[in-house]
Design a protein around this ligand. Sequence first.
Ligand code: PLP
Length: 435
Amino acid sequence: MTISAPATTSGPLTDAEVRGIRADFPLLSTKVNGHPLVYLDSGATSQKPLAVLDAERSYYEAHNAAVHRGAHALAAEATELFEDARATVARFVGAHDDEIVWTSNATEAINLVAYALSNASLGRGGEAASALRLGPGDEIVVTEAEHHANLIPWQELAARTGAALRFIPLEDDGTLRLAELDEIVTDRAKLVAVTHVSNVLGLINPVEDVIARAHAVGALVLLDACQSAPHLPLDVTALDVDFAVFSGHKMLAPTGIGALYGRRELLAAMPPFLTGGSMITTVSMETAAYMPPPQRFEAGTQRVSQAIALAAAIDYLTAIGMPRIAAHEHEVGRRLVDGLAVIPGVRVLGGDAPLPRVGLASFDVAGIHSHDVGQFLDDRGIAVRVGHHCAQPLHRRFGVTSTTRASAYLYTTADEVDQLLAGVADTIDFFGGAR
Ligand code: PLP
């Protein structure tokens, strides 16, 4: 990697540093539709640096074996690399090694918790899991800003257990309506699931207030850190959350790897979600005894190369510095939001909210469907996402069915943002002005 000696150690990345970073990402120098690629879809998935691609390749070339099983030297090597990767993830989010469970992605991590609570509610896990049971009279609280991944598993859990689902609504500016927090999160709440950063609004939610209220009434808190872990410093212990989830592919790593952070005592009390090989101690034809966490939640052959590549991605991010990446994104995000806000007919969802943000903004262009905007931009090599971004209730709250989303990362330049802004203005001209 080229950023071995950053010119400065604080503040946003310099232009030269961003150029150096870009040189590490082969795909960023490609052309699309005859134009240099302007990749503004990192909120969906990030591009990958050579350090990550090399880590995965060299694992297969030099160490590949099934972990935690074989008696041979390669298996021991692979197991060590796999567990070192877990330690890297743990350090990155301020957790202990045994508090990190590998999953395929954030969606699976949330489902793991939901199904573990569901199983506890059926009596699985015995007395140790009794505090995790849900039933009629209990409540699960989410916010109106959630990605479907942090909503539907809770709808399903509520349907299976008889618990009720409640939600913290959004103000018109996209901030959480915290004035009603005490009425919504009551002593009936068993779990509060909240997004740290909305994948539509790009706002960094003041989750500390929600966490404090949840704990005051004895509820657990699950933090959806999918859009925060890649973009800003995250310390789950300092935040005092009970669970946190994130996906590797949004933070420079390959697809197929994600992580669940769970507080040690909670994981120890939870019955498993997926069952099968590698998560047991003894098995008879009738019953099985389970391993302690994290292995209890890691049934089947594990995604070793992806875990090692995620650790390489974290090493890459850490060498640059998460505070600096956050500062860079804040700058890029402001340029994006301020530039969009002055284009007639463009409305940025959450654009006026008085909150810090990451480099992501979703916008509506009056009278022009987001698919047309996306198509027009793609013709210029500018990649954005269009649609509801897996957040239909949030879009409904803002009175739209779809938006165009531009999302940046550490490799995004100010010039790329300006190309997007010019592209949006030209889209409006092309369609005869915003109506
Ligand atoms: N939560 C948020 C806020 C997201 O942005 C996403 C993905 O876009 C998810 C959850 C689900 O992530 P994955 O599809 O990687 O499981």
